[in-house]
Design a protein. Structure first.
Length: 390
């Protein structure tokens, strides 16, 4: 069956591993390896065929996950990285060099911004941050030496949706490549490579792993960028331990059903929050009230479980009273696991091209797989503490 003939829900279950290639076992082996022995000297010297050469260069375990992601992304190929941030820096280093100019959305994941402002700057790459809602207006920011336009949609913390087809058209017209951090949607809900994006990154730590128990990143590339990506990945010696790769593959198999439930639970909570008098705004692109809802509906086939909301302006003590007493929402970074999480968001220092209208405290929620009515009851009690201050 060709990759084109099957649907994504089937692909996440089956892609990447052929049980008959390994004694019929449903899952691939977790291959712990550095040395791979050769049959004879000729094979070692490259004069004979052998599929595997060295642990760092790939194993049946890493191949299984890479192949599954490649199928899902509709990519030329995929490489794995030890974290989402490592996947982002690897994608950028694959195509950027001294003297190049990089355009980055202002709502990019904070540590990505830091990577550009430190390592890339030291390497002689100049970064300009742009308004995530720039759309076709990106054309005016592209210079002769602009090598890469980096996107993230919806943006971290503030959830602006970007007009990817317009950005891709403008970038490609000037010979620039386009990369995306697609962690929020995963290729199940948004297909960057089909839209012309050259490098598609996921912090697989989030929904792919799905259980908050491993760090992992993936970079999938279109034919326009795969050779450079593969070469850079190899030259930098990046590889991931087999147990973590295996957790990624294991998580991937249930990602389709998990995402559907995150969407339902997230929207149930988001709709409820919209009706609360102390909530000013809910920043969830699947809500018709979201300023980019039309773009989201045009390009995405669903929503995941991560969004933010803005509370009425009140002293931070009130916000703490709300958050500290939550029973099911843990206070912690990362997201994408089975459990609900909440964080107070501080945008100071991580926005430079746009202004956040600071009308109240911003809270980011990851809505997990609990019963949404229990989550609503938890938040309801939290909002009462917010009003009372205790
Ligand atoms: C968490 C996150 C990352 C980084 O992933 P790690 O695996 O934690 O390094 C990158 N992008 C986005 C949008 C994220 O939320």
């Amino acid at each position: 069956m060709s990759n084109d003939d099957i649907r994504d829900a089937t692909r996440v279950v089956h892609a990447g591993h052929e049980p008959k290639d390994f004694h019929g076992f449903v899952n691939p082996p977790v291959v712990h390896a550095s040395t791979v022995l050769y049959r004879d000297t000729d094979t070692l010297l490259g004069r004979g065929e052998q599929r595997y050469h060295y642990g760092r260069h790939g194993t049946p375990t890493s191949d299984a996950l890479e192949d599954a992601i490649t199928a899902l992304e509709g990519a030329e190929g995929t490489v794995l990285a030890p974290s989402g941030l490592a996947a982002i820096s690897l994608a950028m280093l694959s195509v950027l060099g001294s003297g190049d100019h990089l355009l980055i959305t202002d709502s990019v994941y904070g540590p990505t911004r830091q990577f550009c402002e430190t390592v890339l700057k030291r390497m002689g790459v100049e970064t300009t941050f742009y308004d995530p809602r720039v759309g076709a207006g990106i054309a005016a920011l592209i210079r002769d030496n602009t090598r890469l336009v980096w996107t993230e949609s919806p943006g971290s913390l503030t959830f602006e949706v970007q007009d990817l087809p317009a950005i891709v058209a403008a970038a490609h017209a000037r010979g620039a490549l386009v990369g995306i951090d697609n962690t929020w949607a995963t290729p199940l809900l948004f297909k960057p490579i089909a839209m012309g994006v050259d490098l598609s990154v996921m912090a697989a730590t989030k929904y792919v792993v799905g259980h908050s128990d491993a760090m992992l990143g993936t970079v999938a590339a279109a034919p326009s960028a795969f050779k450079a990506l593969k070469q850079t990945h190899r030259a930098m010696g990046i590889c991931v331990g087999p147990d973590d790769v295996y957790l990624g593959l294991r998580g991937l198999r249930t990602m389709g059903v998990r995402l559907k439930q995150h969407e339902i639970n997230g929207l149930t909570v988001a709709h409820w929050l919209e009706r609360q008098s102390v909530v000013r705004r809910v920043l969830h692109p699947a809500l018709p009230s979201h300023p980019d809802h039309v773009l989201w509906a045009r390009d995405f086939s669903g929503a995941s479980g991560l969004f933010s909301f803005v509370l009425q302006p009140q002293p931070m003590e009130r916000v703490k009273a709300m958050l500290d007493g939550l029973k099911f929402f843990g206070l912690g970074f990362s997201w994408g696991g089975f459990e609900s999480l909440a964080i107070p968001v501080r945008l100071a220092g991580i926005r430079s091209a746009t202004r956040w209208e600071g009308e109240g405290s911003l809270i980011r929620l990851h809505v997990g797989l609990e019963d949404p009515q229990d989550l609503i009851a938890d938040l309801d009690a939290g909002l009462r503490r917010f009003v009372r201050g205790i």
